[in-house]
Every structure is written in C-alpha cells, then in structure tokens.
Design a protein around this ligand. Structure first.
Ligand code: HEC
Ligand code: HEC
Length: 340
C-alpha cells in the first residue's frame, strides 16, 4: 500500500514538473573566439532560456504599441540585420515618421552607447524609448503592464522566466534585453578567415580591399566589431530636413556638433539605407562619398584627414571586402525568428 502511495506521489511530482518546470534554464553567453570580452554586465540580468524566449515574444509582439500595429520587429527586421530598409528614417504608429534611420541590432553586448547620438547608455532602459515615443509605439508602461497581465500567454511566459506571473517594467525590459544581447553576428567570411576555419581564405580582391580598409577605415570602424563604440564625424553636411547635430543634442558641447555614433559595418550589405538619416542607398554611393571627401570640412574627424584617392578598381576591392562581413548564419538564425 505504502509502495503504491510513493509511486503515486512520484508520478504526480513528475506530471507537475512537466507542467511547471521548476526554475528557468540558465544559458551561457558565448564570446566568439576572435572577439573581446563583452561590455554588457550579465551578472545583473542572468540569461535563461525562458527569459530569452519571453524577450523574443515581446520583441515580435505589436501588443506593445498603442493600437497594436507595431512591434520592435516592424522596424528591426532580422533579414536586414535588424535594421529597416524600406525607409530613410523610421516609420512608427499610423505611419508617423521619426527623424533617424533605424540602426541594425548587431553585437550590442559590446556597446556602451546606444542611438546615433549615444543618448542611451543602458540597454535595459533603451526599450522604454520606442514603446513610449509618440512617433514609434506611442504607448504607456502602465497600459503595457495591464495588457500583459491580462494575457494567458504572457502569464505562462512570465512564470516560466521568473517563477511567478508578476509583470513589471524591469522584467519586461530585462527579458527584451536578453533577446537583444543574443543578437551576435560572428560567422561572416571575415570571421572564418580570421579564425582560420575550414581553410577559408580571402580572394586577391578581398585582400586588397582589406588592406585599404585597414589604412583608411579601421581607426573608426575597428575590428572585430567594426566600430570603436565612439563618436566621430565622417564629414557629412547637416541635413536640411532634420537639422540633426548628433552627439551635441545630448551633451550641448560645441565640440560634439556633427558627431554620430560610429556604426558597425557587419552585414553592411543588407542594412541600407546608410548614415543616420539614410541619405545613401548603396554602398557604392558611400564609397564614392568617402573618396570625394573634402578636407575643408572643419568638423571632420582627424582620422579622415589623410587623403583618400581610390581608383575605380580599389573601390571594387573595398566593396568586395565589405561583403565579407555578411553573416548568413546570423541573418537566418532560426533562434531569432518570429516565435511560433
Ligand atoms: C518605429 C520604428 C522603431 C520601433 C518600433 C523600434 N525601434 Fe529601435 N530604433 C529605431 C530608431 C530610429 C533607432 C535610432 C534612434 C536614435 O538614434 O535616436 C532605434 C534604436 C534602437 C536601439 C539602439 C541601437 C544602437 O546601435 O544604438 C536598440 C537596442 C533598439 N532600437 C531596440 C528596439 C526594441 C527592443 C524595440 C521594441 C521595444 C524597438 N527598438 C522598437 C526605430 C524603432
Ligand atoms: C572618423 C571616423 C570614420 C572613418 C575613418 C570612417 N568612417 Fe565610416 N562612418 C563614420 C561615422 C561617424 C558614420 C555615421 C555617420 C552618420 O550617420 O552621420 C559612418 C558611417 C559609415 C557607413 C554607413 C553605415 C550605416 O549603417 O549607415 C559606411 C558603410 C561606412 N561608414 C564605411 C566606411 C568606410 C568604407 C571607410 C573607409 C573608407 C570609413 N567608413 C571610414 C565614421 C568613420
């Protein structure tokens, strides 16, 4: 009789644990062999499979926007490196236009500064911007919390990630951050060459392009992240539509006028249009721009004061090198797809 009771209890415990898995599964953030240590402090937001999946669901869910039409993924699309290619500047709720080009979301665990002007320095609060911005998702945090509390699906997802169904701002954005920091692109041809994997090598053209890149571009678009995570001016004239002074907007320091966050060039083949206002559509245009750069521009950063005189062939070489930064494994990684 006792034996039967014990068996019954074991079976019951097994069934319960199937239904409510006890504790979330920790996951390890893997630093690619050719990358430095990440900047993001994981100790404050320990990664779990369930936290990541909650964040992934939120990232793809228009429930976060006032009229439930726009999700983070409406502006940040995986196949284009989580950038947006249709518009020069972002489009939010009811087609309202923002004033900046949507940047890709790539290797952000290595960044200290976010947004083109570095106005955000903490990923976990970054998400509050788009959800409340009138030209983006135009919602309030109270409304979002209410909606998630009333959703069976999110009750389950919060229990799985945090052990109970309490919905808080901190939990929402910590889990979204778990998804965003997981967006690591480290498997381009460039990476494979660097890690000497599978006998992959650069072509002669790519090698020439790489040499030119190291000479003229790498001081700002620094390997292996292809940004030094700082601000600079590549000499762009002030755009007449938005009068965007970049970093100055945040610091009000004259010396910061015209400086913008140096964007990564990973997956640059797909993250068009280019620059903070999306003024260039093709990489060829960008390279022609750098080639014709006038050194008279007073605010041009010093790294670009060295004259550039690329020949037509050199432009092709540089382009060939930039295309080695495309990482299909990342762009088509099923883990980052729309959740089922
Ligand atoms: C309406 C379009 C739009 C929506 C919706 C949107 N974003 Fe963005 N996102 C942008 C734009 C534009 C920027 C650049 C803002 C700036 O520089 O001022 C940006 C910047 C970012 C950055 C900083 C990237 C960097 O390299 O500095 C992160 C991270 C980010 N968004 C995540 C999210 C998340 C998470 C959501 C959903 C909660 C979201 N975004 C929703 C348009 C959007
Ligand atoms: C002085 C630092 C600096 C140097 C050197 C530099 N860049 Fe840039 N680059 C920037 C900044 C800053 C931006 C963003 C400017 C903006 O949007 O206002 C940028 C933007 C870009 C973009 C657009 C990226 C995007 O996502 O919109 C490409 C492509 C690019 N640079 C390629 C190059 C190449 C190729 C070279 C070498 C010929 C180079 N850069 C040299 C600072 C630099």
């Amino acid at each position: 009789m006792k034996g039967v009771a014990i068996l019954f209890l074991i079976a019951l415990f097994f069934l319960i644990s199937l239904r409510y898995k006890i504790g979330a599964d920790k996951i390890e953030f893997v630093t690619p062999a050719n990358f430095p240590k990440p900047v993001y402090d994981f100790s404050k937001n320990p990664l779990t499979e369930e936290g990541f999946q909650l964040g992934r669901n939120l990232f793809y869910d228009p429930i976060l926007s006032r009229d439930s039409t726009i999700s983070c993924a409406s502006c940040h699309l995986q196949f284009t490196g989580f950038a947006h290619v249709d518009h020069e500047v972002s489009h939010g709720i009811e087609g309202r236009k923002g004033f900046r080009n949507v940047p890709p979301l790539i290797n952000l665990a290595w960044n200290k500064f976010f947004h083109w002007d570095g106005g955000v320095n903490n990923l976990e609060v970054q998400g509050i911007n788009p959800v409340t911005h009138p030209n983006e998702m135009d919602n309030t945090l109270d409304e979002i919390i209410l909606r998630l509390q009333n959703s069976d699906k999110y009750q389950q997802l919060f229990i799985a990630a945090y052990g109970d169904d309490e919905v808080t701002t901190s939990r929402i954005f910590k889990s979204i951050t778990q998804f965003v920091v997981a967006l690591v692109s480290s498997n381009s041809k460039y990476d494979q060459v660097k890690r000497e994997e599978n006998g992959v090598t650069f072509t002669v053209q790519e090698k020439n392009g790489y040499r030119l890149f190291k000479n003229h571009c790498a001081s700002c678009h620094t390997e292996p992240l292809f940004t030094n995570d700082f601000f600079a001016s590549n000499g762009l004239a002030l755009d007449s539509n938005y009068l965007d002074y970049g970093r100055f907007t945040i610091t009000q320091n004259e010396a910061d006028k015209y400086l913008f966050k140096i964007p990564t060039l990973r997956n640059i083949e797909y993250t068009y249009p280019y620059m903070h206002d999306g003024r260039f559509t093709t990489l060829k245009e960008v390279l022609n721009y750098y080639n014709g750069l006038s050194h008279d521009v007073e605010y041009l950063s010093k790294q670009l004061k060295k004259p550039i005189n690329f020949s037509e062939n050199e432009i092709k070489d540089l382009l060939a090198f930039l295309l080695t930064l495309t990482d299909k494994t990342f762009l088509f990684d099923k883990r980052f797809f729309y959740p089922k």
